[in-house]
Design a protein around this ligand. Sequence first.
Ligand code: PAF
Length: 289
Amino acid sequence: MKAPELITDPAIWQARCSAARDGGARIALVTTMGFLHDGHLSLMREARARADAGGRRGLALASIFVNPTQFGPNEDLSRYPRDLEGDLAKCASAGIDWVLAPEDPNAMFPPDHQTWVTVERASQGLCGASRPGHFRGVATVVAKLFNLSRPHVALFGEKDFQQLAVIRAMARDLAMGVEIVGMPIVREPDGLARSSRNAYLSRDERARALSLSRALREAADAALRGERDAAALAARARARLDEAGLRVDYVEIVDPGSLAPVARAEAGSVMLVAAWAGATRLIDNLRLP
Ligand code: PAF
């Protein structure tokens, strides 16, 4: 298990990635905000496999950067969990070659930064409604990380379903020439979706947070039994979250491509939920059967 090379200067990273790509290396990238968990590691292992897919060893890269531009004024930027040393060990275990971890946010967003990427339709509704500006921050930092890293392929978790849609639309609309791969949600044994924010949960909140995945499973079971009315399925899931004492942000069933709400849940429609357990906002989703 070789330790990845840590690079903190985006300009050095860019020069190294460019030289590697021009030299014929296949580059796979996983962008993260650190405090890595098994969900990130599944992306990194896939990045390793995809970097090497061409028959010669490629470059599996990861970035660790808590992006200030995707946090709202009342969000958890200052208390966002960090553990660079632990993260580097995890990157090593997943076969990552290089890690970009800028120490100073100004290295990515200097004070005179003035260019933003807005993905109009996919950013609307769902998390975009309760977190104004969030997806503009995400799209901008991911665009910048793509420019710095020049990846052939980049991997993102389906837990952030809307984020994945935003990034897919951006990469396609701006002809970025990078393949965007969505990877399945990784869950704790009891069903809770892995998230760096789970670290904030008290014991009691952790127990109540389980109602997110349970509400989704129950909706999937009800759909299997023939309930296809989206409003009825959403109402049932919302009741489950209320009952567990979570503050619901949204429960919606959408078309997986357009993210438009559907009236009838078809096979493949996605149910998305967001709710607060105490001060922690959690999201989860499931494709209905
Ligand atoms: O999903 C995340 O961790 C972040 O939103 C991302 C994609 C790394 C951008 O900061």
